[in-house]
Design a protein around this ligand. Structure first.
Ligand code: BES
Ligand code: ZN
Length: 618
């Protein structure tokens, strides 16, 4: 605590130092922001890590990472202490670059933020090496048994850094307010490949040691590692897919448009600054749909539907290469700057590849999710600019950041015109590249560059700082969805015969809209009629399964429960699990059933997911 207060006081007197190198400039820019990240215990504004080198062995037997991390840092005054974040790590020893032993102290464990490591620095040294290992409790890490993988022969592990989990596998200044370059040496068991958010191998190497380098500075939450029996398949000259060998062809077929997505993104908002863009399709326990780890998006296998119907997720993670990875929210209160911009960008990519009709379906589904979610959120969580002090930053992952953020930008587009909007966004990315930004600075930039001569009729302040959805929110109209709504009515009147000839051309999204709009009082015969004719309980499409099962729970349609159980046992994606367990917990019999399933399933989930479900089923 003492260090934190002193860092704030210190900061007031911060003097800008002139730097020769571009990287130093970037780092300085990042730390000159007056607003502190409240989710780090580190003194990142006094002493700032600029580069890290990891040297780790992946020990599957003990399910730990063991080794060291070396940090280079810059001192902004004569600070003689470096404070790092850590959580559930075992620190063995700390040295400086000349092998001098350094004294350090561990703070008290804070359940949310972890344990600070306060390292007493010697004069002159600007490098520390920390020898450490992770533990069973390290929240970022998921260790899978062979039977949890597609190939069933090798174990698998991956990390999830966002938002504040990197500190549970690397002792570091774990704030999105800093940027570092990194390199790594990772030792794996035989026949396993390591990949990172960095320049990656494309084959399993003999000797089992992999070297990595990430030359562009990134915030620590984007450091990522996955290790498994992996193969690689190219899509085009700069894009490709990593997956377990038995999945590789299927994944590459599904993601065949990836190269075109990068081309279209570049046309919209400027050069792709990260060289390659690859995707790794992980085992089904991965708790998110996707994670934008730079150069290597981590993705759930539940997007591999066989018909490319869920690839907007790739457009989303790719878009983060600009919004989020190039221009980064400086604190988790500004999370909407990452996600709202990314959803806007994602839909522009989807529009350019698959047409406006298609992207409008996505926008309308997004709007409905927003309305639904807002009705359940406290007013203080309905703001774009949040105050997450004392809360877990992951709780900011609501449709407010994503969809209210999207509709805010779309509102600007519709009022100001697409041409000006695109010009503005392209400049926003290039003017802030490799920097971090807070909402206040974005608003100043917006006023100066886009809202010149525009009076306050756009309710900008209301959008950002007030709850609810402002009146000038754009309206989305989708003919294809209107048609699906008509068919809901037909179906309720005449049963599934009325769907014949009408639904053959339906995309996944029309099915989703249809299922979500079934009336609350739908009866068992009607559900069974749908299930028998369209085999919904056996759908190969995870999004359809998730909304269908939700309906089945509400109506207590028992024939679907066997497949629901299989789904809950296999898939660890929180977005699917949370609403299903929540719905199950509303009814006593269902809750008992859910608890039994969860007893078996919990082990298959990543911390992010089981932490959420634990709270639902207490
Ligand atoms: N960066 C997020 C995932 C995330 C957010 C992880 C907050 C931890 C904390 C990622 O880009 C994302 O938004 N994923 C979505 C998919 C997307 C298509 C909306 C997901 O996983 O559902
Ligand atoms: Zn995202």
């Amino acid at each position: 605590m003492k260090f934190k207060i002193s860092s704030i006081i210190f900061f007031t007197f911060l003097i800008f130092s002139s730097c020769e190198q571009q990287k130093d400039k970037i780092i300085n820019k990042a730390i000159t922001n007056r607003i502190m990240d409240s989710h780090t215990l580190s003194n990142y504004k006094e002493v700032t890590i600029t580069n890290s080198h990891l040297n780790l062995k992946v020990d599957f037997e003990n399910k730990i990472l063991v080794g060291s991390v070396k940090h280079d840092f810059t001192r902004h005054k004569n600070s003689d202490v470096l404070i790092l974040d850590s959580k559930y790590l075992i620190i063995d020893s700390i040295q400086d670059g000349e092998n001098n032993h350094l004294d350090y102290q561990l703070g008290k464990l804070d359940e949310l933020l972890g344990t600070s490591i306060q390292i007493k620095l010697l004069k002159k040294t600007n490098q520390v090496i920390i020898y450490y290992k992770t533990t069973e409790k390290s929240e970022a890490l998921d260790w899978l048994q062979p039977n949890q993988t597609a190939g069933k022969t090798f174990p698998f592990m991956y990390t999830q850094g966002q938002s504040i989990f990197t500190r549970s596998w690397i002792p570091i200044q774990d704030s999105p307010g800093i940027r570092i370059t990194y390199s790594a040496k990772i030792k794996t068991p035989e026949n396993m490949m390591a990949v990172m958010s960095a320049a990656n191998p494309q084959e399993i190497v003999e000797g089992n040691t992999y070297q990595f380098e990430m030359k562009q500075p990134i915030p620590p939450y984007l450091i990522a590692l996955a290790v498994g029996n992996l193969g690689f398949k190219a899509i085009d000259y700069r894009t490709g897919v990593y997956a377990e060998p038995s999945m590789l062809d299927k994944c590459a077929n599904e993601l065949v448009d990836m190269g075109k997505m990068v081309d279209s993104a570049e046309k919209l908002y400027g050069n792709y600054d990260w060289d390659r863009y690859d995707v790794i399709v992980l085992p089904p326990s991965f708790p998110f749909g996707g994670m934008e780890n730079p150069r290597l998006t981590f993705a759930t296998p539940t997007i591999i539907a066989g018909d490319q119907s869920l690839v907007s997720l790739i457009a989303h993670e790719l878009a983060h290469s600009w919004s989020g990875n190039l221009v980064t929210n400086a604190t988790w209160n500004d999370f909407w700057l990452n996600e709202g911009f990314t959803v806007y960008f994602e839909r522009r990519i989807m529009e350019s590849l698959y047409g406006r009709d298609y992207s409008e379906m996505l926008a309308l589904l997004g709007f409905q999710d927003l309305q639904e979610e807002i009705s359940t959120l406290e007013p203080d969580m309905q703001l774009l600019k949040l105050n997450m002090l004392g809360k877990h930053p992951d709780d900011a992952m609501t449709d407010v950041a994503y969809e209210k953020g999207y509709f805010f930008l779309r509102m600007l587009e519709e009022n100001i015109g697409r041409e000006k909007m695109d010009f503005f966004l392209k400049n926003y990315f290039s003017d802030h590249k490799f920097e971090t930004i807070v909402t206040k600075d974005f608003l100043a930039y917006l006023n100066k560059n886009l809202l010149i001569d525009i009076d306050d009729s756009l309710n900008i302040e209301q959008w950002i700082f007030e709850p609810g959805i402002p009146k000038n929110c754009p309206k989305v109209v989708s003919k294809r969805f209107e048609n699906a709504e008509l068919l809901v009515k037909e179906f309720i009147k005449n049963g599934s015969v009325s769907l014949k000839n009408n639904v053959e051309s339906w995309s996944t999204h029309e099915w989703l809209h249809f299922i979500k709009h079934l009336p609350e009082n739908i009866n068992l015969e009607q559900l069974s009629d749908l299930d028998q004719n369209y085999n919904l309980s056996n759908s190969g499409n995870s999004e359809i399964l998730a909304v269908w099962f939700l309906q089945c729970i509400k109506t207590n349609y028992q024939p679907a429960f066997e497949n629901l159980e299989k789904f809950l046992l296999r898939i660890g994606r929180r977005k699917f699990l949370q609403p299903l367990y929540l719905e199950l917990s509303k009814n006593n019999d269902h809750k008992l059933w859910a608890q039994k399933v969860y007893d078996k399933a919990r082990n298959n989930y990543h911390y992010v997911s089981f932490n959420t479900i634990d709270k639902i089923l207490n």
